[in-house]
Design a protein around this ligand. Sequence first.
Ligand SMILES: Nc1ncnc2c1ncn2[C@@H]1O[C@H](COP(=O)(O)OP(=O)(O)O)[C@@H](O)[C@H]1O
Ligand SMILES: Cc1ncsc1CCOP(=O)(O)O
Ligand SMILES: [Mg+2]
Length: 264
Amino acid sequence: MIDISAIGRDLRLIKERSPLVHNITNFVVMNNTANALLAIGASPVMAHAIEEVEEMAGIASSLVLNIGTLEPRWVDAMMLAGKIALKRNIPIVFDPVGVGATSYRSEVCKQIISECKPSIIRGNASEIIALCNENVKTKGVDSTESSDSALSWAMQLAREVNAVVVISGQTDYITDGELVEMIYNGSTMMEKVTGMGCTATAVLGAFAAVNPSMFDAAIHGMAVMGIAGEIAASASKGNGSLQVNFLDELYAMDEEVLCRTFRQ
Ligand SMILES: Nc1ncnc2c1ncn2[C@@H]1O[C@H](COP(=O)(O)OP(=O)(O)O)[C@@H](O)[C@H]1O
Ligand SMILES: Cc1ncsc1CCOP(=O)(O)O
Ligand SMILES: [Mg+2]
């Protein structure tokens, strides 16, 4: 049973503390994810230069690593930032965008997971399955599988790498390898806005910065994503307005909205 008041408490903590979330993320989503973090009260910074990532990770409250538009210097920067985050014991949230589409993505994911030891890994079903199966090829950044079909892989991955694993999709699954929680809120229209998954990963960065339980942080972040997306979609004609309405719903999110909309 998910505790709505605990989600509300995390939201209040994010607003009170405004944690600095250091993102090394892709060109496609930088603006969306920074705005989503601002909307819930966190303080985003996008910084990927090798020359500054260690210093930035040294003052951040959490680190988000996203390989969406990866290239070697960025990967080096992720490794440097990741090592500082590990040393400081701040959470690392990892988004394996498009893993399985190319061997380069798959190799980099292996390296990030083994050396940076992310606390939370969030991907769509195809990405989570590809992380567990080197021979599985994915189409690109969009999932071709249902989130249900990835659950057993996610549980295995969570146990193997000692991380909370989140599969997003029609139902979101959050697992630490033993426990599983589901979020049913959301809208199919969310699939049509690029960067919604990356936004979920960034939002998890904010929740992980204020909640010491990575499992609870991941549940709370995905609940807020689903609820904001569901309300926004009901007032949107298509993906253009959804993108804007979604930010407004994140901004307006509080315990009263959560109670009214959350589906157990
Ligand atoms: N069919 C769907 N129904 C409801 N919510 C969805 C659906 N597909 C995606 N979402 C929501 O959209 C967000 C992004 O998930 P997803 O599309 O799986 O990520 P990605 O963009 O990485 O493929 C998540 O919050 C997820 O819950
Ligand atoms: C389209 C695209 N290409 C490289 S990264 C990216 C954004 C993917 O974002 P998301 O997985 O959140 O839809
Ligand atoms: Mg994605």
